[in-house]
Design a protein around this ligand. Sequence first.
Ligand code: MRU
Length: 334
Amino acid sequence: MTTYSSSFHAVEWRNQALHLLDQRVLPHQHLIHEYTTATDVADAIRDMVVRGAPAIGIAAAYGYALDALAGRDLEAAYRVLAESRPTAVNLFWALERMASLGTSDAHTLVAEAKKIHDEDISANLAMGEYGASLLSDGSRVYTHCNTGALATGGHGTALGIIRTAMSDGKIEQVYAGETRPWLQGARLTAWELMQDNIPVKLVCDGAAAQLFRQGKVDWVIVGADRITANGDVANKIGTYSLAVLAKHHGMKVMVAAPLSTFDMTLTSGNDIPIEQRSTSEVTSLNGQAIAPTGCDAINPAFDVTPAELIDAIATEKGLIMKPSLETVALLVNS
Ligand code: MRU
């Protein structure tokens, strides 16, 4: 395995079973569930026990291997896992990689899932170095959602860059947007950064504009769920507004993502399927109603940030500066 130390594992393969840290109850409870079927792993992905594009892909690969271990139908396993969440392309990428081996041999499939997991950690460590190289000493970074060890195989994408930049002595302050409605920023990112003694201040999503206006931020650094051939980026709802605000205030925007997040079959972000989640996530908080009974709502889980608002995309292969059809193809196909 790639060397990576952490006090927790979002996704862990142990005793021929998948163990997932339940992200619905963090940070105040540390619950781990064991999974032995693809169907149960698909439910865990849909219900957000495990979330974050790379972690979803890794969990799906293990889910597929679990059904191979039990001698179950792998086409059915593929289908049920593919139906769990629509936006993060890492899910489909991982399933395709497993199925393309054309085998039902459990040993081979478990080994491939472990390889996907391991490669994701290495990719994050590499993109951490590339991304951090763009930051100056004393950087103040605003991040959105959770893109850390919880959302990936380990280290993280955007949080991986922040972690690497912190160990390079370049981080003065991190601002974590709370990320309504699911509160990944408040519940997960603040917790992860505090575990690593990285200075973090939690910010209501609505406070970002004022913070930017006061000149308190140098970089917005976020992850991605799908990047199209022209460099458009689908990421957690609220990312697009941050990118527009950053442009207005002359700040830089960096997206961090492994190559497994690129969907070169789509030429524009307009073609990315956007997950619509239950409106109860908007009208209630921790099971407590916060809106009038019967209040209608919308709950798109992701938005699309056009490439022209992004200064750089950091990948394990290097940086894409000013993403476009040309610059994305140059790096992805190199
Ligand atoms: O709904 P989630 O929590 O799965 O959304 C996660 C995000 O949008 C992340 O920014 C993205 O998956 C990148 S994680 C490294």
